[in-house]
Design a protein around this ligand. Sequence first.
Ligand code: IPD
Length: 299
Amino acid sequence: SSDELKSILQFITTVARKAGDLILEGSEAIQTTSSQETGVNEKKNSVDLVTEYDVRVEELIQRELKEKYPNFKFIGEESYSAGKRDPLTDEPTFCVDPIDGTTNFVHGIPWVCVSMGLIYERRPVIGLIYNPFLNHLYTGIKGQGAHLSRNNGEPRKLPLSSLPKPLLSLNGAVIAVEWGSDRNAASIDAKSLSFSRLAGDPEKGVALGKMAHSLRSLGSGALNCALVAQGAVDIYWEIGSWPWDVCAGIVLVQEAGGVVTGSHRTLESTISTDQFGDVTEAVLTGRKYLLIRGISDSQ
Ligand code: IPD
């Protein structure tokens, strides 16, 4: 029920704030430790990073959630990497990225968040994204809107700015794109091509005839979603996001009046996505790996 969802959100907010404190402590430790002792490890390649704090923050979150909601399932970035993952069923399932923006975290760039979603009947119904460095807390409940509280202030309804006209042109848009951690040639080529088309190289055939105001690669998929919900960014596009990168963000974007397209619709399928799309075509058709504000599927 909607009251149940509210009380779950209230509880996970307290957990996210504790996680945030540990992230801040970790950042301090990493920035003041010599590079040999930082506890930074590589996952699938030298740019796919995990720190001891990713693991510790996830353990803290999982412990608190299990204690309060022992029957809920749990999918977390770090437990998934360690081979422990509950299958996605219709049961309530938390989907957590303890530190989204790990590369930023390691380098001391304060654009990092904890991202916590709740999935019910295979659809995200609660989203929470918290950047402890800025004390920005984004929350959303399916059917009840999305909000942003800055510095513990009164939550403000999202989007903060009014929605633009249907986004049928790139003209004036700010687009968040990410390089991700897949750096094989096919992936990098597909991304570079899309980026240059978006940036407006006529030789590469800007499908929409206009160019975006700019592209941004800020380094956190979850915070990209939050910015789309806020209205600061018009589109977030990425190839190969993981469920925990976007689960909470999907609720925020949808509740703010935006549209989520591509395989993000079904969280399960984002796990092993390896398809590459052309983002300019996708802007027109509303398909593929996009989060768009101000355009609906039927347009
Ligand atoms: C990553 C970040 C990054 C995105 C990657 C994600 P992590 O998450 O969100 O911006 O490009 O696809 O996996 O590893 O920092 O939790």
